[in-house]
Write a protein that binds this ligand. Structure first.
Ligand code: GTP
Ligand code: MG
Length: 139
């Protein structure tokens, strides 16, 4: 059965460009409830740990540098079928391939600097939520 929570980050490019409010509006309009949220910044070490599955990929260095380059917004979101529906809302990894109206089509600059993260499975949503939030930070 599909779970009802996912984890997201508004990435440094979108925070720097002033898109926090617009992206949160899209998230609210799509019917997600905010369970937890914070403005924070990842160290290089934490960015590397978060994207550990990509450690052997050629873009790993760039990814870590980018994700630790400025503040991010981290959040846990709730909705039926949260993981899949949120991936639909954000669009393809490369904004050139992202469907019209999706968050990445609207706000991402490139395949690397692509505005938002969305968990790719219920299991990873739980791992990623635990990476950023304690129980008392969830409502
Ligand atoms: P996330 O929601 O951030 O996990 O993105 P995704 O699931 O759509 O893509 P994936 O997990 O495959 O890649 C993780 C992140 O690595 C992407 O969102 C990009 O920020 C970055 N990335 C992926 N491919 C490339 C690439 O070819 N070049 C660069 N510079 N970054 C990449
Ligand atoms: Mg991913």
């Amino acid at each position: 059965m599909a779970g009802n929570r996912t984890f997201t980050m508004i990435k440094p490019d979108a925070v720097k460009a002033g898109h926090i409010g617009a992206i949160l509006a899209k998230i609210n309009e799509a019917g997600f409830r905010i369970v937890a949220m914070k403005l924070t910044k990842l160290s290089e070490e934490k960015a590397g740990a978060f994207y550990d599955v990509h450690r052997e990929r050629p873009f790993f260095g760039e990814l870590v540098e980018f994700m630790s380059s400025g503040p991010i917004v981290a959040a846990i979101l709730e909705k039926d079928n949260a993981v899949e529906d949120f991936r639909t809302l954000i669009g393809a990894t490369n904004p050139a391939d992202a469907a019209e109206g999706t968050i990445r089509a609207l706000y991402a600059k490139s395949v690397g600097e692509n505005a938002v993260h969305g968990s790719d499975s219920d299991e990873n949503a739980m791992i990623e939520s635990n990476f950023h939030f304690s129980e008392v930070e969830r409502f």
